[in-house]
Design a binder for this molecule. Sequence first.
Ligand SMILES: [Mg+2]
Length: 276
Amino acid sequence: MTPRLVFTDLDGSLLDHDTYSFEPALPVLAILREQGIPLIPVTSKTRAEVERLRQHLDNADPFIVENGAAVMIPVGYFAQQPADTEVRGSYWVHELSAPREVWQAQLQTLRSDYAGQFETFADMGPSGIAQGTGLALADAELANCREYSEPLRWLGSVEDRSEFIERLRHAGATPLQGGRFLSVAGACDKGRALRWLRGAYQQALQASTVDDLAAGDSGNDVAMLEAAGTALVIRSPVHDFPVVKRVNQLMHSRAFGPAGWAEGVLQWLAIADHND
Ligand SMILES: [Mg+2]
């Protein structure tokens, strides 16, 4: 039987956009567990944030943090440590971005030219992040535990921002504009991280093919939606579906967030059962 994997975005996909609840997905999460199908979070969140959520989800599978910057595999998850990983704490880690300090140093070199025009997470500290995001202080602390990227708030003009982004690119960074913050990291994305982890499963399970599903609701999910065997685009209450180029094995949910997630994952399971 072909091994199956579910890669999923969190906010707005498995988790409700407003309440962060995953309750509508519980019955389908139980089916995945019964069938032994790994559930792999792929998120812009930090390791610290995902660790807490995995406890709530009772999940022990690998996960991908900071928009594809690193793949975290619990030590012992596979029979052997996968190639191209390092032991860090209780994980085998595969890194696709340089560490946060590298991007912080690069931003430091732009300070004098853009004085007062940007403010990084490190500048803001947990209380500033809490203010800027509406997160509770404890959550802001976890959000600030970044290992591979430095988000910043741009305070200057639009023209200066374009030039600033261009200079970051020249210096080897990949700036990614989100809703509130511009995130500075290496040339990583969720798709590259998915492909690497799928390869690690294939290697470990000695499987010639893997049947994988990727679920996501936003632009930063497109690379992983294009990379997986099947793509599930989740309907959002606050924005349109992101544009996905593929036409085969592509689903769009009718329901929003976790209800749409459950609807699509069930459909994928039914197709996969039929094929087996
Ligand atoms: Mg999302």
